[in-house]
Write a protein that binds this ligand. Structure first.
Ligand code: GLC
Length: 752
C-alpha cells in the first residue's frame, strides 16, 4: 500500500475511533453526573445478587419501634426503601442500621404521599390547577418539600399527572384536570418545586410522576377499572404529561394499577421501556404502585409470583412497592437464565443513581434541626394565596357578591366548620386543629355578633334533617345566607368513586328550606370533583367552587366573600349537567353529525325529524353546565384587537397571536387569558379545540394590556395516520379568550 494511502488510512481509523467512542458513550452526562455514574458502577461492582435485589424492595412500615427481624433484613441489605416509615426518630433508627450495620452501608430512601402539602395543607391538586398559576404551584411544592424533608422524608409520590375526564373517578381530585397542556405545565412546575435546582439540597425531595400511564381512563369512572386506550390517544393525551415531567427532570415514575388495552401498566414493556427509556431517555427509577405487580395475577396477566417478577423486571419496573416477588423469585430467575443479571444491574443502577443525586450517602437522614420551620407563618400565607387563586366563581347575579361587612350573615351547611373535610384527600400529615374554617374566618372578619351559625346537617351525607329548624332560624335572623355545601373528605381520592354527582345527603333539601326564607343565598361548594347542582344554583344569587381548599381555605373564602380579593380561578375540568353526559370534555372530536347549538334536546311530541339526526340527547342539553376554562370575576373584561403576525407559517416556523384585554369594571382583578387552536383537516380526526397557551394578567379598573403568544409548528404536532408525531400543513383556527367556549377567532395556515 502506498505511503500516502497508509497515512490516510491511519488518520481515518483514528477519527473513526474518536467518533464511535462519542456516539456510543451514552447520554451526554454533565460533570456531576459522570462522577455519580462512576460511584454507581463502583458500588454495583461490590454488591452481591442478594444485596442488589434488596435495593429493589420497598416496604411500608407504620410501627413505633423497629422489630428485630426487620432490623436483620436491613442489616443483610434486603431492603432499599420504606414508605410511611413513622416519625423522624424511627427513620433515624432504620437509617442507622442500614448505613452503620449493613455490609455496604447503602442508605434507605424514605417515601411518602406528600400530594398537596405536608403539615401546611394546600388546596387539592384539582383546586390548585384552577389557579392556572405554575409559579404558585411550584412554590407550594417547594414548601411541601421543605416541611417533609425536615421530617426525614426523601421522596414524594407526586405529582399525580394522570389526565382525568370522568368526575365519577374519585382520584380526579388528585389530578390537574382534563387537559394535557395544562397538566403538563402544572405537573412540571410541581416537579421543579419538589426537586428544586439540586436534588442534593437537603430541603428538596425526589418527585414521582404517577400513575404511569392512563389510570384516569378507567371505564365507568371506577378506580382500577379497565383502560382501553388506542396508541394515538395514549400518545396525544395520556403520555405528554409524563414526558413533560421527564423533561423537567423528575427523579422517579410510578407504574400504575390499570391495564392499558390488555397489558397492565406494571408489566408493560411498550410504555416502560420503548417510550420511557428508549424514546425519552428517562434515567431515574420506576417504582410499582402498592402491590400493582402482584395484582397482575388478578388481572390474569401472570399466573404466579414467579411470572410477576419475570414480567415486571423485563418490562422495567425497578422497585417493588410492598409486594415481595423480586425478593422471593428474582435470584432463581437469574440463576435459570430467564432474567439476565444485566436487567437486575440496570434496576439497581437506576435506584443508586437517584440515591446519589439525593446526596443520601452524605446526609442519609435529616438531623431534625429544621423541624421548627414546619408550619411557618410564611407557608400559611402562601397556602392562603393558593386557596384564593383556586376558587372559581360560577355565578354572581346582580352582584350578589361581594357581601358587605356590616350585615348579619347566616353561615350554614355541613362544610362551614369542618376542618378535616376542608383539607381534602391525601392529608395524612395535616392536622385538623390547624385548619382555619370559613366559620372562624367570617367571625374574625365581621365580628361574632354579625354571624348566625347553624350546620343544618352534621355531615355532607347526613339525611337527618333535625338541624333544618335551626338553619331556618339563623337565616331568618340574618340579612343574607352563605351556604357551605359539598363532599366530605372521604368521598374523593383513591377508591372513592361515585355513580352520581349530586350533592350527597339532604343538602339539596337544606338549600330548599333556607332559600324558602326569601333571604339572599350565596353557595360555596367544597368538593373533590365536579358535581351537578343545577337546582341549587337556581336558588343562589352567587356560587363559588372552592374544591377542598386546605388549611387556609377559610380566610381565603372570607376575603373573596367580602370583596378583599376578586375570584380569579378558572375550571381545569368540564362540569357536566348530569352524570349521563360523562365523559364530557372540551377537546372533543366534531363527529360526522355535530349537533347545532339549537338542538338542545327535543320537546316531547316532536315528529321524527330527519334534520334532527345529530349527536345530542333527547332529554338534556348536550353542552356542559360549565365549560373548561370558565370562571367569573368581580369585574368584567373585554377582549379586542386580535392580531396574527402572519397569515401562514412555514414548517419549523412560528407566528405570534395577540389580543388586548381591558378591565371594563371598577375592581382590580386577574384574568387568565387562554389560547386555543383547531387543526381543521388532517390525516386523522382532530379535536375541535386544544389549549396551547395561557397567561395570568392583573388589570386595574380601566386598564388594558396586550396578551401575546408565540405559536410554533412544534406546538401543533399530533400522531398522524402513520403514528408519526408531526405537524401537517393545512388550515388552522385560533382563539384568544376567557374560556374554551368564548374568544376572538382568527385563522392561519401551516405551509410546506
Ligand atoms: C396508593 C396509590 C399511590 C400511592 C401509593 C403509596 O395505592 O395508588 O398513588 O402513592 O399507594 O401510598
Amino acid at each position: 500500500m502506498k505511503a500516502n494511502v497508509v497515512y490516510f488510512y491511519v488518520i481515518f481509523c483514528f477519527y473513526a475511533v474518536i467518533i464511535s467512542a462519542n456516539l456510543f458513550a451514552g447520554p451526554d452526562l454533565k460533570k456531576e453526573d459522570e462522577v455519580i455514574e462512576k460511584k454507581v458502577n463502583e458500588l454495583l461492582a461490590q454488591m452481591t445478587v442478594t444485596e442488589k435485589i434488596g435495593q429493589l424492595q420497598q416496604l411500608s412500615y407504620w410501627g413505633e419501634k423497629v422489630p428485630d427481624e426487620l432490623a436483620e433484613q436491613i442489616r443483610e441489605g434486603r431492603i432499599g426503601s420504606f414508605l410511611n416509615a413513622g416519625d423522624l426518630e424511627i427513620k433515624k433508627e432504620l437509617q442507622k442500621i442500614a448505613v452503620k450495620e449493613s455490609r455496604l452501608g447503602i442508605p434507605l430512601i424514605f417515601g411518602r404521599d406528600v400530594i398537596h402539602g405536608y403539615r401546611t395543607v394546600f388546596p387539592i391538586p384539582l383546586g390548585q390547577a384552577a389557579s392556572w398559576n405554575p409559579a404558585i404551584i411550584e412554590k407550594a411544592a417547594a414548601v411541601a418539600a421543605k416541611e417533609a424533608s425536615a421530617d426525614g422524608i426523601h421522596w414524594t409520590f407526586a405529582p399525580m399527572i394522570d389526565i382525568a375526564r370522568d368526575p365519577r373517578w374519585g382520584r380526579i381530585a388528585e389530578t390537574c384536570g382534563e387537559d394535557p397542556f395544562l397538566t403538563s405545565t402544572l405537573g412540571a412546575a410541581m416537579v421543579r418545586g419538589f426537586q428544586g435546582k439540586n436534588l442534593a439540597d437537603p430541603q428538596t425531595i425526589a418527585a414521582c410522576g404517577k400513575h404511569y400511564v392512563g389510570y384516569g381512563a378507567a371505564e365507568g369512572g371506577r378506580d382500577y377499572n379497565t383502560c382501553n386506550i388506542p396508541e394515538r390517544e395514549l400518545r396525544d393525551i395520556y403520555l405528554p404529561t409524563f414526558h413533560a415531567a421527564v423533561e423537567a427532570g423528575v427523579a422517579t415514575i410510578m407504574s400504575a394499577f390499570n391495564e392499558i388495552s390488555g397489558v397492565p401498566a406494571s408489566g408493560n414493556e411498550f410504555t416502560l421501556r420503548t417510550v420511557l427509556r428508549d424514546e425519552w431517555g428517562f434515567d431515574g427509577f420506576v417504582v410499582s404502585d402498592w402491590t400493582s405487580m402482584t395484582e397482575m395475577i388478578a388481572h390474569g396477566f401472570c399466573k404466579d409470583n414467579r411470572e410477576v417478577a419475570l414480567k415486571s423486571m423485563k418490562a422495567g419496573v425497578n422497585m417493588e412497592m410492598v409486594s415481595t416477588t423480586y425478593a422471593t423469585e428474582l435470584e432463581k430467575l437469574i440463576t435459570e437464565g430467564l432474567i439476565p443479571e444485566k436487567l437486575l444491574n440496570e434496576s439497581v443502577a437506576n435506584i443508586l443513581r437517584i440515591k446519589f443525586r439525593l446526596g443520601l450517602f452524605d446526609h442519609p437522614v435529616s438531623d431534625g434541626s429544621r423541624q421548627s420551620e414546619i408550619f411557618h407563618p410564611d407557608f400559611l400565607k402562601l397556602a392562603k394565596q393558593a386557596a384564593l387563586q383556586s376558587v372559581v366563581m360560577l355565578k354572581n347575579d346582580n352582584n350578589s357578591l361581594p357581601l358587605s361587612g356590616d350585615k348579619t350573615i347566616a353561615v350554614i351547611g355541613p362544610l362551614a366548620d369542618s376542618p378535616v373535610d376542608q383539607m381534602g384527600m391525601w392529608t395524612m400529615d395535616g392536622r385538623s386543629e390547624d385548619t382555619q374554617t370559613p366559620l372562624s374566618a367570617i367571625k374574625e372578619k365581621i365580628g361574632e355578633n354579625h354571624v348566625k351559625y347553624a350546620p343544618g346537617l352534621k355531615t355532607s351525607r347526613t339525611v337527618d334533617k333535625a338541624g333544618f329548624e335551626d338553619a331556618v332560624k339563623a337565616a331568618e335572623a340574618s340579612d343574607a345566607v352563605v351556604l357551605f355545601l359539598g363532599e366530605e373528605q372521604i368521598l374523593s381520592g383513591e377508591a372513592k368513586c361515585r355513580a352520581f354527582l349530586n350533592l350527597p345527603g339532604a343538602q339539596e333539601e337544606l338549600v330548599e328550606v333556607v332559600a324558602g326564607t326569601g333571604k339572599p343565598v350565596i353557595v360555596v361548594i367544597m368538593a373533590g370533583r365536579p358535581l351537578t347542582f343545577q337546582h341549587v344554583t337556581e336558588k343562589a344569587g352567587a356560587v363559588l367552587y372552592a374544591w377542598h381548599p386546605g388549611t387556609m381555605g377559610g380566610p381565603a373564602l372570607a376575603d373573596i366573600l367580602f370583596g378583599v380579593v376578586s375570584p380569579s380561578g378558572k375550571l381545569p375540568v368540564t362540569f357536566p349537567r348530569t352524570v349521563g353526559q360523562v365523559p364530557i370534555y372540551y377537546a372533543h372530536k366534531n363527529t360526522g353529525r355535530p349537533p347545532s347549538p339549537s338542538s338542545l334536546g327535543i320537546p316531547m311530541g316532536t315528529p321524527l325529524d330527519p334534520q334532527g339526526f345529530t349527536s345530542k340527547y333527547l332529554d338534556v342539553d348536550f353542552t356542559p353546565e360549565y365549560v373548561f376554562g370558565y370562571g367569573l370575576s368581580y369585574t368584567t373584561f373585554e377582549y379586542s384587537n386580535l392580531k396574527l403576525s402572519a397569515e401562514s407559517m412555514p414548517m419549523d416556523g412560528s407566528i405570534t397571536v395577540s389580543a388586548d384585554i381591558t378591565n371594563t369594571g371598577d375592581v382590580k382583578a386577574c384574568e387568565i387569558v387562554q389560547l386555543y387552536v383547531r387543526d381543521l383537516f388532517a390525516s386523522v380526526t382532530r379535536p375541535v379545540k386544544e389549549l396551547k397557551g395561557f397567561q395570568r394578567i392583573l388589570l386595574e379598573p380601566g386598564e388594558s394590556k396586550t396578551a401575546t403568544f408565540t405559536l410554533k409548528t412544534g406546538d401543533l404536532t399530533f400522531h398522524d395516520i402513520n403514528m408519526n408525531n408531526v405537524t401537517e400543513p393545512g388550515d388552522f383556527k385560533v382563539w384568544i379568550g376567557p374560556n374554551s367556549k368564548q374568544g376572538l377567532e382568527g385563522g392561519f395556515k401551516v405551509v410546506e
